[in-house]
Design a protein around this ligand. Structure first.
Ligand code: GDP
Ligand code: MG
Length: 162
């Protein structure tokens, strides 16, 4: 069985950009405004040493209502379906309470999680990453999904257990 990897995190952190890179497609809509991917989207991982399935999600903010609630539900379903969760955060925006809520949820489910600090282009990577140590996730990778920096190293580490 191919491992299933879910990309979760707040809207606009770069989940769809990473999905497109991991699947070598343009299937996921990338936008300058948050919340464009409302449904979960599945793709085949390409270019890594092992095959895998990746799920893109719309994003989780916590306390969602209406259409945002639907979007959040899709993210929660994706987490349940996944073998591994990649929690994406925005290295420029810093730690957000929503990130802590997602981590709490992952702990309850006992899902293996990697913390992916995205958008570290043009900023001090170590400072950006340090802001998220408090989340208590040991496996942290800094990447730039848009340029692909750090992505290959990250996905190989994620797949190493499979
Ligand atoms: P999603 O809502 O989490 O799926 O985020 P998107 O993939 O749609 O990206 C949101 C915005 O962040 C888009 O304008 C992307 O081009 C931008 N973005 C994604 N990855 C990076 C990155 O590594 N660096 C920078 N500077 N911008 C990025
Ligand atoms: Mg998206």
């Amino acid at each position: 069985m191919k491992p299933v990897i879910a990309l979760v995190g707040r809207p606009n952190v770069g989940k769809s950009t990473l999905f497109n890179r991991l699947t070598r497609s343009r299937d996921a809509l990338v936008a300058d405004f948050p919340g464009l991917t409302r449904d979960r989207k599945y793709g085949e991982g390409r270019g890594a040493s092992k095959p895998f399935i990746v799920i893109d999600t719309g994003g989780l903010e916590g306390g969602e209502e209406g259409i945002d609630f639907e979007m959040a539900s899709q993210s929660l379903l994706a987490i349940e379906e996944a073998d591994i969760v990649l929690l994406l955060v925005d290295g420029r925006a810093g730690l957000n309470p929503a990130d802590e809520q997602i981590v709490e949820h992952l702990r309850k489910l006992g899902k293996p999680a990697f913390l992916i600090v995205n958008k570290v282009d043009g900023i001090d990577e170590n400072v950006a990453v340090g802001d998220f140590y408090g989340l208590g996730i040991a496996d942290i990778f800094a990447i730039t999904a848009s340029q692909g920096r750090g992505v290959s190293k990250m996905i190989e580490a994620v797949l190493a257990g499979y």
